[in-house]
Design a protein around this ligand. Structure first.
Ligand code: BGC
Length: 697
């Protein structure tokens, strides 16, 4: 039963995590796994990706829309709900292959069965079919409708909202603080006659005999612009729930079946891997030049913003499974180049300084005060937005990776080359020349705990790689950028790259080795509150060598060809005990390096950690007082990298790819398929042997 995720008890304290676990989505919309009668405390969410709004002085974030699938049941005047009533049985099941979430609960007086999906065939549609069976005879009242009391992190985002009742549907029109109107048209089809109740609810009542049913079908359509709502709803109603479900399944199942992975001998690892694949497939927007927020479609955490997570952790999965989505991820960066140029200008640099937290325009969404003091609740000054300059190089790296994996170079002619040239211009203007070399001073690397450091190895090497790639592409394409190449080459030759020391270890940044070399346990013992921020000016990790997440290790994974095994091993051994893994982005990078140096036990356990984060919910919910819950796409994308690049040893060699399997002892064999440069291959691995077969796309 690998392709289902299920739950058979109701635990009030886990509901927020389960909202992530049973997530549905299609890259454009996300629907959290809450139940019909639950409310704000369980953080329900119909999340719209890529549209943002700022309420007052609060953080600008993506939008949550009114929940269309609300339904409350009353028996003999008393509300029956999972929050207050004992249920004789309760089962939730997420069908990974179909992208459908099913709920069945048995209350003393009635049982409820609901089935819902967020359509992969029509990406503005979601639907639910709910049926309630009387378990005892009596008077029932059902209240259902559109919940206008939206759960929001930094709202309210719809200061102006109205609902119009048409005979066949309700139309919500919400105007954001920024003046954008979002429309949600919802049709309710109920088996009992329904009366209007309040602004956006209905009620239906009846005396039901034991075994009699009340059924409700809800179809909801979301629009970012005015449309012929009547015609759109009529079309969907005419098809009806079952046909819409079939269309959705026909669009989603092939994606899942193609992408899923078989791990022989390792059922648990396989289940977690396939769950990760499901969680990635619900994130891809095939139709718009948009990217994937750090918390995917699970809500507004992290402002619904796009981070380096997309380029480094998600892009390879989409290149190998849905290249069109990968292309959109990069088109989003081209579309937001002006924002990146404006940010560079604002800080006195040239070129493109991409936003650390990027929203629709590419302007910086990351606040100067991104965490709060656990004692006083006062904002703490952080420098992620101004100093995490590796983001621009990560984007260049992703363009190269996309090109190598898909064979598609056209993006470079569609604004990609300009983007690369602006990235080089940015690093040139950021660098300081001293002692005969260019240095990237005053930066933050992936390890965010150590702020404002000089020559962070990850940043310098990634910047150098980006410049090298830009030079190569400028030469290949000719044209205007060619004139810049000599200047870029001169800069690259003199860009300082920290070299491994006598033990083979690369210092994470200038002066890192002089920091207190204490254990992780020691730093933990100095933490005064679970919500205390470990980094920044006063954080307990800051004066020490304890780091938040893979930094040098991530660089060695991404630029693996540039370093030998000895250096990889030395750095793995050095940084491993000094890493908190305080970010879900960390484990997969360690797993990947561990595989390369033969530490397969660690490689395997860190793969499992990365793949299961949303399944078992072992994750930080707060960082420096700020709620950071939600799903973890980068961890799931990282898990996929562990399987494909790590265990199966996928490597690009020239125009082709090769496999050099390094299976951990827990996995006897693997089977999966991928797209590479327009062709699809089925891969089989048994022990150290691999074989591939071209299959139809
Ligand atoms: C990590 C970043 C990551 C962000 C969003 C932070 O906690 O340190 O590397 O980009 O979360 O996932």
């Amino acid at each position: 039963m690998n392709d289902f995720i299920s739950l058979s008890h109701y635990s009030p304290s886990s509901r927020v995590l389960e909202g992530n676990r049973f997530l549905l989505g299609n890259g454009h919309l996300g629907y959290r796994g809450t139940f019909e009668e639950e409310g704000k405390a369980q953080m329900p969410g119909l999340n719209l990706v890529g549209v943002y709004d700022k309420a007052g002085n609060a953080w600008r974030e993506s939008l949550n829309l009114p929940i269309p699938f609300c339904c409350r049941t009353f028996f003999s005047g008393k509300e029956q709900d999972c929050l207050t009533q004992e249920m004789a049985s309760h089962r939730v099941r997420l069908d990974l292959e179909k992208g459908i979430c099913l709920r069945e609960s048995l209350f003393p007086s009635y049982s409820i069965r609901s089935e819902r999906f967020v359509s992969q065939a029509q990406d503005n549609l979601l639907a639910s079919s709910i049926s309630m069976k009387a378990e005892e005879e009596g008077d029932f009242l059902f209240r259902f409708g559109l919940d206008l009391d939206i759960f929001e992190c930094n709202g309210p985002h719809f200061p102006e909202k109205k609902v119009t009742r048409y005979p066949d549907f309700l139309l919500f029109e919400g105007k954001t603080n920024e003046g954008k109107t979002i429309y949600e048209a919802v049709s309710y089809l109920s088996s009992l006659e329904a009366k209007k109740e309040g602004e956006s609810f209905f009620s239906a009542e009846g005396h039901l005999k034991k075994g009699e049913l009340f059924s409700l079908q809800i179809i909801s359509l979301v629009f970012e612009e005015k449309a012929d709502f009547h015609a759109e709803i009529a079309k969907a109603r005419q098809k009806g729930f079952e046909a819409l479900k079939e269309e959705h399944v026909a669009a989603f199942s092939p994606l899942y079946r193609n992408a899923k992975i078989k791990l022989l001998g390792d059922e648990e690892g396989q289940k977690e891997g396939n769950y990760s694949i499901y969680m990635l497939l619900i994130l891809g927007d095939k139709n718009r030049a948009r990217s994937v927020p750090a918390r995917g479609v699970s809500g507004q955490t992290y402002k619904g913003a796009i981070f380096w997570d997309s380029e480094i952790f998600l892009l390879p999965f989409f290149c190998l499974q849905e290249p069109q989505v990968a292309r959109n991820l990069l088109k989003y960066r081209i579309a937001t180049l002006e924002g990146a140029k404006a940010k560079a200008k604002e800080f006195g640099y040239q070129g493109a300084f991409f936003a650390w937290e990027s929203q629709d325009s590419g302007l910086e969404a990351c606040s100067k005060y991104n965490v709060t003091d656990y004692k006083t609740g006062k904002p703490i000054r952080t420098y992620f937005n101004e100093k995490q300059i590796h983001i621009s190089a990560d984007i260049a790296y992703a363009f190269e990776n996309y090109q190598r994996l898909t064979g598609d170079s056209t993006l470079l002619e569609e604004g990609g080359m300009e983007l690369l040239s602006e990235i080089v211009a940015f690093y040139r203007s950021y660098a300081t020349f001293r002692n005969g070399a260019y240095h990237l001073d005053d930066v933050i690397g992936p390890d965010e705990y150590h702020e404002r450091v000089n020559d962070n190895a990850f940043t310098n090497y990634m910047a150098a790689h980006a410049i090298g790639y830009a030079i190569e592409e400028a030469k290949r394409l000719g044209g205007k950028c060619l004139e810049s190449v000599p200047g870029w080459e001169g800069f690259l030759q003199k860009l300082y790259l920290p070299k491994p020391n006598a033990d083979g270890v690369i210092e994470q940044f200038e002066g890192y080795f002089q920091k207190e070399d204490c254990s992780l346990a020691e730093v933990r013992s100095r933490v005064k509150d679970p919500k205390q921020y470990w980094g920044g000016k006063d954080g307990p990790a800051s004066p020490t060598q304890i780091i938040k997440q893979a930094d040098v290790v991530a660089m060695l994974v991404l630029l693996g060809d540039e370093f030998d095994q000895k250096v990889k091993k030395a750095n793995y051994d050095y940084y491993f005990p000094r890493t908190e893994h305080g970010s879900s982005l960390s484990s997969s990078m360690y797993s990947l390096l561990a595989t390369q140096i033969g530490e397969s036990e660690y490689a395997y356990s860190m793969y499992r950690k990365s793949a299961s984060i949303d399944l078992y919910g072992e994750q930080k919910l707060y960082a420096g007082g700020i709620y950071i819950g939600g799903s973890h796409p980068a961890s799931e994308g990282g898990a996929y990298l562990c399987l494909v690049y790590g265990f199966s040893g996928f490597e690009i060699e020239g125009e082709r790819f090769a496999l050099h399997p390094h299976l951990p002892r827990q996995i006897q064999g693997m089977e999966y398929s991928l797209s590479f440069r327009g062709k699809r291959y089925k891969i089989t691995i048994q022990g150290n042997e691999s074989s591939l077969e071209e299959v139809s796309l």
